[in-house]
Design a protein around this ligand. Structure first.
Ligand code: BES
Ligand code: ZN
Length: 471
């Protein structure tokens, strides 16, 4: 966290105009100065209402929520049991703070999930080919590693009866060839491991796409799972059990906790603080997005005793990774009047990475324009003397369905944007992989900064009926 010791005026100016990053945001960023009421200059706002939040939020408490979600539960694919466990955890935590809870269910499509189990009882989630063998009767075999695999001669004599681990060839045609060669050599199963995936990550689990049906399991492993398997193979003989299951008739869920306005002066408006609780297959999703849920729950704890002029809803969305489904469902089931009554949505998603190149906490809107969510947090950063927060333009998260319905919303995410090219952004390479863990990807400092900025921004908006930027 960068805490400037600059005077308020300078810190504010840095955030609004002279940051090395602000010039690179593609679309129009409204640079109109916001009028502040506070003159903080020591890295601490002297506004009592900021301090009510900033002095009380604790990154370690948020990280304990991240621990439960990413370690005790683990990967949480939308619609599956683990996502329901996450929903219960969020619901019980919010209930414990005295909030009213609602579960909102919605249907989601089938999900094919592979499971690779080891002799020590541990197991890994992977993707599976839909037209490979899909069965909960395990294929138990020894694993061999095969180099390349696009030629029949790459497979040793003893391939028959084994599970073949091979690096996924870069073209679909070639990885189909790898599978065909393995089958011809008598393999009982194939694990293709990804060597790089979306947004420059190390490689996620995936469902291999085969042209014709085969009668052995064909799994798609994350890059690191392949590396871990190879490490074990270098030491000993490894026997694994492969099963794959099609999960059908799935229901995903949103959890909604409500903090009712206390004041008679209120305008009856509602503010949403939302975070998706699901993860991609095989990924514990510590930063994406147990971090956002942890931040939301920690703010729910701190806000619980405070009176506000507006209703505040804490929402954990399901199935974001399956196409923003929870947020889409939420927006769809609202009446026009209910939509109009939502003043603003704050959506933290990936708010605690320790990736060095993710230098700033961006308040991202879908079209790059500023709104109450970006203004309130940028202003909070300025009052606090915290220059981490910058406005930006990005989609890809649950703020999108709200934006599409005309509701002001922003995504909060740590990333880096190259000053010479606004299209080059940096997010952690462990994104969407089994390496998205507390140990490898969570920074307490980044979490603390996000808690303070988003916490002070949200509180400033809900505590009274006059929007922060118009005071
Ligand atoms: N947290 C990510 C979104 C994200 C990633 C934003 C990197 C900015 C930079 C989110 O959980 C995600 O992965 N979203 C999906 C959405 C899709 C399924 C509609 C994505 O972008 O692939
Ligand atoms: Zn996410």
């Amino acid at each position: 966290m960068k805490r400037t010791l600059l005077s308020f005026t300078l810190a504010g100016a840095m955030v609004l105009s002279s940051s090395p990053f602000s010039s690179v945001i593609a679309a129009p960023i409204d640079k109109t100065p916001i009028s502040y009421t506070i003159t903080a200059n020591n890295g601490n706002s002297d506004a009592a209402h900021d301090n009510k939040v900033v002095k009380r939020v604790e990154a370690q408490r948020a990280i304990e929520h991240v621990r439960y979600l990413s370690e005790t539960i683990g990967p949480r694919p939308g619609g599956l049991e683990a996502e329901k466990q996450a929903a219960d955890y969020v619901a019980n935590t919010l209930k414990g703070y005295g909030y009213e809870i609602e579960y909102q269910y919605f249907p989601v499509a089938d999900q094919l999930i592979a499971d690779v189990s080891f002799a020590d009882g541990s197991s890994w989630q992977m993707g599976a080919a839909a037209n490979g063998k899909v069965s909960d009767v395990p294929v138990n075999s020894e694993v061999i590693y095969v180099e390349d695999g696009t030629k029949a001669s790459d497979f040793p004599e003893n391939t028959a009866g084994k599970v073949v681990l091979v690096k996924q060839a870069s073209s679909t045609a070639n990885y189909r060839l790898q599978v065909e060669n393995a089958i011809n050599a008598g393999a009982e199963g194939v694990i293709l491991h990804s060597v790089g995936g979306s947004r420059g990550n190390y490689g996620s689990t995936f469902n291999p796409n085969l042209t014709k049906a085969v009668d052995i399991p064909v799994f798609g492993a994350a890059y690191i799972q392949g590396e871990w398997l190879k490490e074990r193979l270098a030491k000993e003989t490894v026997t694994i059990g492969l099963t794959a299951k099609r999960h059908s008739n799935l229901q995903s869920v949103n959890v909604i906790g409500t903090k009712k306005a206390k004041s008679k002066n209120g305008d009856g408006k509602e503010v949403l603080l939302s975070a998706h609780m699901d993860s991609v297959v095989g990924a514990p999703g510590a930063n994406d997005n147990a971090s956002g849920v942890g931040l939301m729950l920690e703010l729910a704890r701190v806000f619980k005793g405070y009176n506000t002029d507006k209703d505040l809803k804490f929402i954990a969305f399901g199935s974001e990774e399956r196409g923003l489904l929870g947020a889409k469902h939420y927006v769809e089931q609202l009446t026009q009047a209910e939509r109009a009554n939502i003043e603003v949505v704050f959506n933290p998603d990936m708010v605690a990475t320790k990736y060095e190149a993710a230098t700033n906490l961006y308040a991202m809107t879908v079209d790059g324009s500023t709104n109450l969510a970006t203004n309130a947090t940028v202003a909070a950063g300025a009052r606090l003397g915290n220059s981490d927060i910058l406005p930006g333009k990005f989609g890809s998260s649950d703020h999108v369905p709200f934006h599409n319905a005309g509701i002001p919303a922003a995504l909060f995410i740590w990333m880096g944007i190259d000053s010479w090219d606004p299209l080059v952004y940096h997010i952690e390479k462990v994104y969407h992989t089994p390496q998205d863990t507390i140990a490898d990807n969570i920074s307490a400092e980044r979490m603390q900064s996000a808690l303070e900025i988003i916490g002070a921004g949200v509180f400033d908006v809900v505590r009274k009926d006059v929007p922060g930027l118009k005071r």
